[in-house]
Design a protein around this ligand. Structure first.
Ligand SMILES: C[S@@+](CC[C@H](N)C(=O)[O-])C[C@H]1O[C@@H](n2cnc3c(N)ncnc32)[C@H](O)[C@@H]1O
Length: 362
């Protein structure tokens, strides 16, 4: 059995502060003061093994891998299941460029300490580096299962999701990590990256496009008063708030991106309109009458035109809304139809659709 002190010494470098990183590879152990290391090459007692391990770590750091490995193997001869020595051997392998051997060492360490979350976490990071993503994810999930409140692990889970393009899951994992440790640098940095992916940069010029906004405001003022409104794709809540202010009987708004919907909720509350706008964080095709909308709406308000006009799937969305979410058309349907050619400059199309926006209602 290792003493508490020896364990601390040996396993200490797997602790936070020297975090495993999906970006930075294997954590580099802190330099060990040779004066404090045991100079005898004897690993009989746990304390001696720990001292040897400290020396090995220092040597690894100095990239003297052969010497480092010699010391670690001395320990393993004496204690073949010494988890920290197995980890150190993995570090040496990793630092010498042999990632496959490094994962084997970690697996051996996990056999000895199956409930060591950090080992699973590090193995997960390493497998990501090797492109074995499915297995890596299993390791990260196991690490999180063992220690659900470890911000390093949560951050790595987030980065895994981000790598898979699962932005919502990534944002949730980073946020959870930051709840636990608000100073977790990597989680914060990665959250910013994820949010940049989540909220496309065109949102900002779009929100500041005053001619677009005023055309929508005018259309809404003309059509909405006294009517019930469905706003598809609320973004920051702009059109929903225009509709509420224009005197809609009720406004139900939906937004497919949960993190955008959460912000819209804040914006709507800050404008004192929470009582008048019901915001549902769902794609419009998942809205249900009697559940999300009390009844079919009379007016559809939507600005879901991408830069190539129909790439935000406006046509199927509006078609679905007509069929499932809106009251039957009175007179002619005025939902926009795709004009051709669609390759004209996006700005021009925005203007066209902004003016069509006057007629989006029915
Ligand atoms: C171009 S932005 C417009 C935002 C806001 N309506 C405005 O005019 O400022 C479109 C937004 O609609 C969301 N969206 C697009 N199609 C959607 C759909 N069918 N259901 C729910 N949200 C949708 C997108 O996630 C995006 O946030």
């Amino acid at each position: 059995m290792l003493t508490k002190r020896a364990r601390k010494l040996a396993l200490g470098r797997l602790r936070p502060g020297r975090r495993p990183s999906l970006h930075g590879g294997w954590p580099i152990p802190r330099a060990v003061d040779r004066d404090h290391a045991d100079n005898r090459l004897d690993a009989s007692t746990p304390a001696q093994a720990a001292a040897l391990l400290a020396r090995a770590a220092a040597l690894t750091q100095q990239r003297e891998f052969r010497e480092a490995e010699k010391l670690v193997r001395l320990i393993l001869e004496r204690h073949p299941r010494h988890p920290a020595a197995l980890v150190e051997l993995g570090r040496i392998a990793y630092a010498s460029g042999n990632q496959r051997a490094a994962t084997d060492c970690l697996r051996n360490a996990i056999v000895v300490e199956p409930n060591n979350a950090r080992l699973h976490n590090e193995l997960g990071c390493m497998l990501i580096g090797l492109g074995e993503r499915a297995q890596a994810f299993r390791c990260l999930l196991r690490a999180r299962e063992i220690n659900p409140d470890d911000p390093d692990i949560l951050s790595n889970v987030g980065s895994f999701h981000l790598g898979e393009g699962q932005v919502s899951e990534a944002v949730a994992a980073y946020r959870r990590a930051l709840e636990i440790d608000p100073d977790h640098f990597k989680a914060r940095l990665n959250l910013e990256t994820a949010l940049k992916k989540a909220v496309a940069p065109w949102h900002f010029p779009m929100m500041n496009d005053t001619s677009r906004n005023s055309l929508y405001a005018e259309a809404i003022r003309r059509v909405v008063p006294g009517r019930t409104v469905l706003d598809i794709g609320t973004g920051a809540g702009l059109l929903a708030m225009m509709a509420a202010r224009a005197g809609a009987r009720w406004v139900t708004s939906c937004e497919q991106a949960p993190w955008i919907a959460a912000k819209a909720k804040e914006v709507i509350a800050a404008n004192g309109l929470s009582e008048r706008i019901k915001l549902v964080a769902k794609h419009s095709t998942n809205l249900r009458i009697g559940q999300d909308l009390e009844e079919r709406a009379e007016v559809l308000v939507a600005e879901i035109f991408g830069t190539s006009v129909i790439n935000e799937l406006v046509l199927p969305t509006v078609t679905h809304a007509h069929a499932q979410l809106l009251q039957p058309a009175q007179g002619s349907s005025r939902a926009p139809r795709a004009p051709a050619p669609i390759w004209r400059p996006a700005r021009r199309w925005r203007q066209i659709f902004s003016s069509v926006g006057r007629r989006i209602s029915r």
